[in-house]
Design a protein around this ligand. Structure first.
Ligand SMILES: Nc1nc2c(c(=O)[nH]1)N[C@H]1C(S)=C(S)[C@@H](COP(=O)(O)O)O[C@H]1N2
Ligand SMILES: [Mo]
Length: 508
């Protein structure tokens, strides 16, 4: 009977067949689109099916590297299953074959279930699984000691290993070619470089020189575009050609409107500084950034469509199926709610929503900042729910007033005497009216605010502490016109974290 060594060889056969499956799958996906690649499709379905707590855990544990971690985890699982298929096939062909068919079916169904799935979405998984099955059958037949191959053991072993290595190598080459060509074929980057951003009809108010408080270690007031945090459910960044892009406004409207890219460029564009924040940002976290956006006021577009009187929500949808529920009022009350086409004077980076995304001051991104947006459905909160609402988050997500200490950092040791404590506070669309710092359980001390860049942007602050030796804990709280932020500790789920940011400092 099969010994341990034979099991190892059978597992190798399974791995090689698995590589062939993935290689063929990713080559076929060159024809059917990156989101139909079996690994990508399964990963995306996993992301959508993952309960909110797990995704929150992934985002907070791995930061925005969570997609890389997911991909590595997925490959490990797939390789383990492929090895298992080899071992099963060596014992009884039908068992191994069944596992391959089931895995192929799972990947095919996952691809067909993607919101942007075409009719051939399952093709990479199906063709890949067939290639994998054929490979597995050939390799299992060549397993040393297999009944069909009554040959001397050494020769058998050598031909088996050669065939397995060749199959495995072909599979890996297929994956690499698929990935490299697929990445090169991503059209959006070249379309993006060809774009001339028009001049705004309304420019942003000039930013006072003192918005940056001038303390080393404080995050810049304007977040560099290439350092802007990225949060989305997209495993492959949607590639949208502006020339074929359009935005459909429909639902509870007097008149359906379809906006094209050229119409958008020709409209009266407005420039605005807006701080965008993620609801998953923990207290003191960095899933937040401030930028200069340029876009068409969403109110102008809605004015053409004329929402009916009983509508109270706009469900925006991206090309890859993500949806966000934004209160209609926030889009029409005069704030700078934009269909943004530029960030920092440049076309949107592809991963930040090229060619068009929404930006709405005062609301967390998950209910307002739809990237790669292609549809606005005017509806009611009572009638429709959005992507994250279906996963346990609140239907509405106004940004909570928050503040963070950026210097000194946690666990720092500083010499006694004058110590500058500084950081950033935000209360988008209400504005920061004050920041206070507390040492241990002392009184709150007023911090100095940096210049004000507008109520939709965050605001820097600093306070000079007369530090006495020992271990101390610093607390910060910000105020908006309604009063100070709450110190009550709340998790990010369901509608944003609260509590004071704190750092422990050793004064020597
Ligand atoms: N299409 C799409 N748009 C999306 C998301 C998404 O998953 N898909 N995530 C939203 C969330 S949760 C946030 S916080 C912001 C983040 O925007 P950024 O990646 O440009 O910083 O995008 C929003 N827009
Ligand atoms: Mo978010």
């Amino acid at each position: 009977m099969a010994g341990r060594r034979d099991t190892g060889l059978a597992a190798l056969a399974g791995l090689a067949a698995g590589a062939v499956t993935l290689g063929v799958g990713s080559l076929v996906a060159l024809l059917t689109g990156p989101s139909t690649d079996p690994l990508v499709a399964v990963g995306a379905a996993f992301v959508d099916a993952t309960p909110a707590w797990l995704k929150d855990f992934a985002a907070s544990t791995f930061g925005t590297a969570d997609k890389v971690v997911l991909a590595i985890g997925e490959v490990v699982v797939v390789l383990a299953l492929a090895a298992l298929a080899g071992v099963l096939a060596a014992r009884r062909w039908a068992w191994g074959a069944t596992l391959v068919v089931v895995l192929g079916a799972v990947a095919g169904l996952a691809a067909m279930g993607r919101p942007d799935a075409g009719t051939l979405a399952a093709a990479p998984a199906v063709v890949g699984a067939i290639a994998g099955l054929l490979t597995l059958r050939e390799l299992v037949r060549r397993l040393p000691g297999a009944p069909q191959r009554p040959r001397p053991e050494g020769v058998e072993r050598r031909t088996f290993l050669q065939a397995t290595a060749a199959a495995g190598a072909l599979g890996v080459v297929g994956v690499v070619i698929g990935r490299v060509i697929g990445a090169g074929a991503r059209g959006a980057q070249s379309a993006r470089s060809a774009i001339q951003i028009p001049r705004p009809a309304t420019t942003a108010a000039p930013v006072p020189a003192g918005v940056d408080i001038g303390v080393d270690g404080v995050e810049p007031w304007q977040t560099p575009a290439d350092e802007f945090y990225r949060i989305d459910t997209a495993l492959v960044v949607p590639q949208v050609d502006p020339q074929t892009w359009s935005l459909r406004v429909h639902g509870m409207v007097e008149e359906e409107v379809t906006l094209t890219w050229d119409e958008l460029l020709d409209s009266d564009l407005v420039e605005a500084w807006v701080t965008l924040a993620c609801v998953s940002n923990p207290v003191g976290g960095d899933l937040i950034g401030n930028q200069l956006w340029l876009g068409m006021p969403i109110a102008d577009l809605l004015a053409r469509a004329r929402p009916t009187a009983d509508a109270d929500m706009v469900l925006s949808r991206s090309i890859d199926g993500f949806t966000a529920s934004t209160p209609l009022a926030a889009l029409t009350d005069g704030r700078d709610a934009l269909l943004a086409i530029a960030m920092d004077g440049e076309p949107l980076p592809v991963e930040h929503g090229f060619p068009v995304r929404m930006v709405v001051p005062g609301l967390y991104g998950y209910v307002s900042a739809t990237k790669w947006v292609t549809e606005l459905r005017v509806t009611r909160f009572a009638d429709a729910t959005a992507y994250w609402t279906d996963r346990g988050w609140s239907a509405e997500g106004p940004v909570k007033t928050q503040s963070r200490i950026e210097v000194p950092t946690q666990g720092n040791s500083v010499p006694a005497g004058s110590v500058v404590v500084a950081g950033t506070a935000w209360a988008q669309h209400r504005g920061i009216t004050g920041v206070q710092v507390r040492v241990d359980d002392g009184d709150w001390n007023d911090a100095t605010l940096a210049d004000d860049g507008g109520i939709d942007s965050w605001r820097q602050w600093s306070w000079t502490w007369d530090a006495e030796p020992g271990s101390h804990e610093l607390f910060v709280r910000a105020s908006d016109p309604q009063g100070p932020q709450t110190g009550a500790v709340a998790d990010v789920i369901p509608d944003g974290a609260t509590g004071y940011d704190t750092v422990r400092v050793i004064v020597t």
